[in-house]
Write a protein that binds this ligand. Structure first.
Ligand code: TPP
Ligand code: MG
Length: 571
């Protein structure tokens, strides 16, 4: 019953509590949805929320809130906003904050804090969230004076979403949230130490254009920075003009059309042979919005040894961090690509190089078992592709199924691939799908999860049920922590220490307990029937796909090896 509700927070224009200032500021930032969980220290904020039209999604664990906010941010490009109470509420966010930091996702996180007077006394539900999150946030604030709140919130949104995006945390002691003031919303951002570079140095652009003209074997490594900068169109123009092949990082998938003749696939540990050999043999490597993660480069001693390296990145700290770089360009990816296209320079002759790469693609395509009756995990991804016409938002957990999704879904559009790349967080995929679906209620969203990872955050089934969100949960159930099992098979003489999951819950009954239509499928034919039905309506669905538990992800670069030393390239 809302009978006792006070007037709406927005209507009060002069005197407001800190909590009301917060809600009012969120509206000014055009926040449409908040992901959160209440508790003692945020009671004043939840009370202000009670009187506000902003949509709040009550997850069932704060980790669910933050991964949902990440999914929302990844597909929409808008900051995901999270709210949690002090102590355990705040510490439950830590994995997600780290995940967002590693994958450059814009989040603004509000945590409650114990009252200013007892900070540092081990008060009930006190945690030093400022100390804990210092290394895992782009910036963090503790609000000591409520008058600072409007400015801090403006700054938090600005920092989270400009330059290289990332998570910003704002810690609000309870007394600050309760204090009444006449807020000054006109206070301006004051960040003299934070001026991200947007436009590239034109001399460096010319240097790169010259290098492109002279290259015989150029390749572009396109990362998530292309997606953050909305630079897909410019990348296409630049590569088509100069006929330069493109490799994607795991997180960059979707930034280049998956079926384009210049596209070589994903690079790295489970990338295609063609992509990795292109990175290995190239004479000019242009990395754009990618950070040379070790899973991408393999052993650095062998990485792009004969190449001139150009690196375009909005974050200067990334340039030269892992790979010596001859042409550094600090810039927004779109701005740099626009300027590059504008330079009047000779296009390179890459025909021989492209022919060589096409030969590689023909001779060493991705492969999976044939002549088998087993239901293969790769087939699940192919079926999802078929029944969604390649046009779904796909979220994943971490493990073998994640790599098969990356290899087999063939993304053609930007911002439809949501995965945990840097931190590799099991439990990410399902709540991320909830957030993605909230950002785009009319799109098809599929959570492709592992049987292990799903069990880490499956409590969010309750959120699906409550909101009747049409997320399709597809469990690639191999009865094992597959990626761990694969490494134990390859590098630990098949000692499967704690990686097999012979005993599992009945996922169908579990789904049904949450009122969700749930199915078990054990063959491709069965899967076809169920997928046909599941993708024809707008209800949530859970599908337990019982796939073979013995498949390994190939090809692969073993730890310590170079990109040219892939194993499992052929059946
Ligand atoms: C939170 C967390 N704990 C542990 C790991 C290590 N790990 C990586 S993949 C994996 C197995 C995942 O199993 P499952 O979810 O069933 O996916 P599968 O590999 O079988 O497809 C584990 C345990 C991790 N990435 N994240
Ligand atoms: Mg598994």
């Amino acid at each position: 019953m809302r009978a006792k509700a006070k007037p709406e927070a927005e209507a009060i224009t002069t005197e407001m509590t800190g909590a009301e200032v917060l809600i009012h500021s969120l509206k000014k930032e055009n926040v449409e949805v908040l992901f959160g969980y209440p508790g003692g220290a945020v009671l004043p904020i939840y009370d202000a929320l009670y009187r506000s039209p902003i949509k709040h999604i009550l997850s069932k664990h704060e980790q669910g809130s933050i991964h949902a906010a990440e999914g929302y941010a990844r597909v929409s490009g808008k900051p995901g906003v999270v709210i949690a109470t002090s102590g355990p509420g705040a510490t439950n966010l830590v994995t997600g904050i780290t995940d967002a930091m590693m994958d450059s996702l814009p989040l603004v996180i509000f945590t409650g804090q114990v009252a200013s007077t007892v900070i540092g006394t081990d008060a009930f539900q006190e945690a030093d969230i400022m100390g804990i999150t210092a290394p895992i946030t782009k910036h963090n604030y503790q609000v000591r004076d409520v008058q600072d709140l409007p400015r801090i919130i403006k700054e938090a949104f600005h920092i989270a979403s400009t330059g290289r995006p990332g998570p910003v945390l704002v810690d609000i002691p309870k007394d600050v949230a309760n204090k009444t003031i006449s807020p000054d919303y006109d206070s301006t951002i004051h960040l003299p130490g934070y001026q991200p570079t947007f436009s590239p140095n034109i001399l460096q652009i010319k240097k790169l254009a010259d290098a492109v003209s002279q290259a015989k074997k150029p390749v572009i490594l396109a990362g998530a920075g292309i997606l953050h900068a909305n630079a897909g169109k410019e990348l296409l123009t630049f590569t088509e003009k100069n006929k330069i092949p493109v490799v994607n990082t795991l997180l960059g998938l979707g930034s280049y059309p998956g079926q384009h003749p210049l596209f070589l696939g994903m690079g790295g540990m489970h990338g295609t042979y063609t992509a990795n050999m292109a990175l290995y043999e190239c004479d000019l490597l242009i990395s754009i919005g990618a950070r040379f993660d070790d899973r991408l480069t393999g052993n650095l001693a062998h990485f792009a040894k004969n190449a001139v390296v150009a690196h375009i990145d909005v974050d200067p700290a990334e340039i030269g961090k892992n790979v010596p770089t001859q042409i550094p360009i600090v810039s927004d990816a779109r701005e740099a690509l626009k300027k590059l296209v504008d330079v009047d320079s000779e296009t390179p002759d890459t025909e021989e190089w492209r022919n060589q790469l096409t030969e590689n693609s023909k001779n060493y395509p991705l492969w999976k078992k044939t002549n088998t009756d087993e239901f293969l995990p790769q087939q699940v991804v192919e079926l999802v592709h078929e029944y969604t016409k390649g046009d779904a938002i796909i979220t994943t957990d971490v493990g073998q199924h994640q790599m098969w999704a990356a290899q087999y879904y063939a993304f053609t559009d930007a911002n439809r691939w949501v995965t945990s790349g840097g931190l590799g967080t099991m439990g990410f995929g399902f709540p991320a799908a909830v957030g993605a679906q909230l950002a785009f209620p009319d799109q098809t969203v599929v959570a492709l999860t592992g049987d292990g990872g799903f069990q880490m955050t499956l409590q969010e089934l309750s959120t699906l049920q409550e909101l009747n969100l049409p997320v399709k949960v597809v469990i690639m159930n191999n009865h094992t922590l597959g990626m761990v099992r694969q490494w134990q098979e390859a590098f630990y003489e098949e000692r499967y220490s704690h990686s097999l999951l012979p005993v599992q819950p009945d996922f169908v009954k579990l789904g049904e307990a949450y009122g969700i239509k749930s199915y078990k499928v054990t063959t491709q034919e069965e899967a076809r029937g169920v997928f046909e039905e599941a993708f024809s309506h707008r209800d949530p669905v859970l599908i337990d796909c019982r796939v073979s538990g013995k498949e390994n992800v190939y090809p692969m670069i073993a730890p310590g090896k170079g990109l040219h030393q892939m194993i499992g390239v052929k059946p």
